[in-house]
Design a protein around this ligand. Sequence first.
Ligand code: ADP
Ligand code: MG
Length: 521
Amino acid sequence: MLMSEIIQLLPDHIANQIAAGEVIQRPASAVKELMENAIDAGGQQIQLIIKDAGKTLIQVVDDGCGMSEVDARMSFERHATSKIKAIEDLFAIRTMGFRGEALASIAAIAHVELKTRKTEDSLGTVVSIEGSEVKKQEPCQCTAGTSVAVKHLFFNVPARRNFLKSNTVETRHIIDEFHRIVLAHPNHSFTMHHNSSEVFHLRPGNLRQRIVGVFGKNYNQRLVPVEEASDSLRIHGFVGKPEAAKKTRGEQFFFVNNRYIRNPYLNHAVISAFDEMLPERSFPLYVLFIDIDPDRVDINVHPTKQEIKFDDERLVYTFIHASVKHSLASYSVTPTLDFDQEQSFNRLEAFKTTTPGKDPQAPAVSPPIKPEWSARDSANLKNWRDLYDIDEGGNRKITIPSAMNMPSDTEEEEQLEGERLYDDTEKIPFQLHKRYILSQIRSGFIIIDQQAAHERILYEKYKDNLEKNKSLSQQQLFPQNLELNAADAALMNDLLPEINALGFDIREFGRQSFVVQGIPV
Ligand code: ADP
Ligand code: MG
C-alpha cells in the first residue's frame, strides 16, 4: 500500500508568525524587545516614540553599535542572533535578548523600517519589511546607531488586532514595560514620546534618582535601601516605607541579573517581611535586584523571558526575606497609622464595643478625638456615627445600614412580609476584630464587614448622584495641585469625565499635573 507523505516544513513566514504569537502579544511586547535590543547594542541614549498606544507606530532609536549592511538584513532571520554562538553561552547570558526571534517575529506581523549605521561606516542601511517580505534594502544617510520603526502592528493578524484593548490600557502596558527597562538601567538616558508629547525624560543617574525620575519627587523620602550579600547571592535596591503603600500592585519590581521577572513566591518573601506594618490590602513599592551566578538560574523557560527557574528557590526566598526585614528594622520603619482617607474608616477602634451582657444603654468608650484631628477626621467620625447610629455621647442606638437592606426601625419591620429578619429581642451587635459586626436575627445571625458596608453606602450614594446627575460641587478656596506620575496621569485623564461627574472639579494643568478646584459637597 502506498502512503503519500503528509508532513511538510512550514514556510518561514508562517513559522515566524507562529513565533510572533508567543513573543509579541501586544504593542508593549514590541516595545520591550526593541528597547532591549537597543540596550544590548550598547546604546546610551534611547528614545521611544509611540503613536496611538503603539497601534500606529512604535519606534525605538538608539546610539548603539549599529549594524553592517549584511547584519541589517540578517537580523530579521529567525534564530539570527549575535548573542550566543554555542550552547554553553546559554548558561552565562548577560544580554537581554538571545533567542534571535524578536525582529523576525515583529517583521512577520507588521511593517518594519530599520535604519542603522555603525559608527565607523560613512553610510548606513535602510531595510523595509512588510509581513516578512523585504520591500527595500539600500544604503542611506543616517546617524550612527539604530532606529527601528514598527507600523501597523498585527496588520495581517486580525484576531490579535481586534483583541487589543483600549488605547489607555495598551498605553498602560507600554508604560509598564518602559518602567521595567528604565529601572534596570538607571545609567542610561531614556525619553518617551506619546502622540508627540513627551511623557518621560530620564537622565542618567543612580537607582534612587531613577526611581524618583519615574515615579515622582515625593518618592525620595519613601525609599528604604536594601543591600545585602552572601557567597552566592547579592540583593540591592529599595523598598517603600509601609505607610506609602498603595492600593494597587503596580510598583513592584524584581530583577534577577538585571532582568525583570515575575515570581509570586519571591514577591511573598518581600511582602511577608513587612509583617504587620502594611495597611490591609495595600501593596508596598519595591525595586529589588538580585544577582546570582547565571548558571544557577534558567531564564530560558519562556519566550518572553519573564519567568525564570532557580536551582534553589528556597534559599533565594530566605535571603530576600531576611534582607528586607533587616532593612526595614534598621531604618526603624515602624507602623505609623497615618492612613489616607479611605482607611480612616478603620478608626472604628474609636468605638470599643461593650461585651454582650453588659447594659446596652451604657455609653461605649468615647472616641479618642485627638486634638490634631482634622475636619476631615471628624467628618469621618460623623459618618461612622451615622452608620452605627451612635450619638455624640457615644451611646449606641444600633441600626443596620439601610444600604444592606436590613430593616431595623419598627415601621420598616412592620412592612416585612413573612418571617421577620431581625430579632428585636436582642439587638446588641457584637464587634469582632474591630472589623466585623455580628448581629442576631431570628433565623440565625449576620456578619457585616463594617468597611465594606460603609463603602457600599457611599457607592450607592455616588451612583445615585451620578444617575440623577445631581452631584454638587463645592469650590475650594485654595485649589490643590496634584502631581501624578505618567501612568497615573494617563489614567486620570481617562477617568476625568466620570470623576468630575461625581462632583469633583479637577482640571488638567500642564503635563501630569492637575488642579482640584472643587470637591463633592
Ligand atoms: P536577539 O536579541 O535575541 O539576538 P533579535 O531578533 O531581537 O534577537 O535581534 C537579532 C539581532 O539583530 C541581534 O542579535 C543583534 O545582533 C541585532 N540587533 C537587533 N537590534 C539591534 C540594535 N538596536 N542595534 C544593533 N544590533 C541590533
Ligand atoms: Mg532581542
